[in-house]
Design a protein around this ligand. Structure first.
Ligand SMILES: *Cc1c(COP(=O)(O)O)cnc(C)c1O
Length: 371
């Protein structure tokens, strides 16, 4: 293929697309290491519900036919579990698809969309792909700041993306702050609350945003089956939104954007509350343990309410994040480099199985003690 040059007479994309830094997914292999623990993509160490696995097996037999393009059964399962009106739900090929469609629908070229300093990297990609301009709001204490977001609102602002809790920091805004943001944002600005990790959060002052959506015309919430439900490979997400937003997204999404196997998996997973509970409990136990153990080793750990920890390394020759990353890889542990998120000297680690978590602490102890 010919690389794009200024002079070549070739088809040209929307100019803002050339400003996109392609998303770099977490790694999953280490050459020469047989047993690998992937702690790089916030997947569930418990895997999916056995009921979801069984539902997928059955659904495979039916793939000659197109899936239900309205995702009726999946929306009904979600609605029942969360006490929602199914008419206000749209399902997507992962929540990434919905985040992208929202930008496609609500941004015109030159429009601005705000995300926070260490926000999820899918946002600037979605914004630029739509011809929009990403505007970055600073954070305070590695946490989103409502005041900083509001300061960035201009006459061209159409969208605000807020991951709550955020990836890769694991920090969150209490519901009172979200309400204040909604109240002070101009009603023409769509507030997108990305609650990909909501299932994991057990704080009295946290809410995923359901009530906020129900009581507003300009708030949507996105959710995913990729994290606590252990179904990242199936690509299933959903959005809860006012009817007018549902109508818009339904016009532009692919008519069969969620596969038949994914629809079956999602509905079955929604019904298996016990499995979700197990995943959340495993996470809570090991996140607190890991945060304590890593702090005891002298590493700085950002307090997290999600299923991962942001671990900061010393600014010392041989002890930096990239050194730790190489060392851990040799032990079969794959963590996430987060330089692209503004953390050149940190690694993000997802909660793993007990074996992986213990191996991580032992390996990091060895790494820090070696001279
Ligand atoms: C993992 C993640 C998602 C989920 O993406 P899917 O497309 O549903 O797999 C969304 N937002 C954030 C912040 C995430 O970390």
């Amino acid at each position: 293929m010919t690389p794009m040059t200024d002079s070549a007479d070739i088809p040209r994309p929307r100019p803002s697309i050339l400003d996109i830094e392609p998303y770099v997914p977490g790694e999953s292999h280490v050459p020469g290491v047989a047993k690998v623990f992937k702690l790089a993509s916030n997947e569930s160490p418990l895997g999916p519900s056995p009921e979801a696995v069984e539902a997928m097996r059955r659904a495979v037999m039916g793939v000659t036919e197109y899936p239900d393009g309205t995702a009726q059964d999946l929306r009904a399962a979600i609605a029942e579990r969360h006490g929602l009106n199914p008419d206000n739900i749209v399902c997507g090929n992962g929540s990434d698809e919905l985040l992208t469609l929202l930008a496609q629908a609500y941004l015109s070229p030159g429009d601005e969309a705000i995300h926070t300093e260490h926000g999820f990297l899918v946002y600037p990609i979605a914004i630029r792909a739509a011809g929009g301009v990403p505007v970055v709001a600073r954070e305070e204490n590695l946490t989103a700041s409502v005041d900083a977001i509001l300061e960035k609102v201009s006459p061209r602002t159409k969208l605000v993306y807020l991951a709550n809790p955020n990836n890769p920091t694991g920090t969150y805004l209490p519901i009172d702050e979200l309400k204040r943001l909604r109240t002070e944002l101009p009603p023409r600005v769509l507030l997108v609350i990305d609650a990909a990790y909501a299932e994991y959060v057990r704080r009295n002052d946290y809410e995923a945003g359901i009530e906020l959506v129900s009581s507003s015309d300009n708030v949507v919430m996105t959710r995913t089956f990729s994290k606590a439900y252990g179904l990242a490979g199936m690509r299933i997400g959903w959005m809860y939104a006012p009817a007018h937003v549902v109508d818009i997204i339904n016009r532009i999404r692919g008519p069969f954007n969620v596969s038949a196997v994914a629809l079956a998996a999602g509905a079955a997973a929604m019904h298996d509350v016990a499995h979700l509970q197990k995943a959340v409990e495993h996470n809570e136990r090991w996140r607190d343990w890991l945060a304590r153990e890593l702090s005891a080793l002298g590493l700085e750990v950002t307090p997290s309410v999600a299923n991962f920890l942001l671990v900061h390394f010393p600014d010392e020759e041989g002890k930096r994040a990239e050194d730790a990353d190489a060392f851990l890889k040799s032990r079969g542990l794959i963590l996430r480099r987060v330089g692209g998120y503004g953390f050149p000297n940190a690694l993000r680690v997802s909660m793993g199985t007990e074996e992986a978590n213990r191996l991580l602490v032992d390996s990091l102890r060895e790494f820090l003690e070696r001279s």
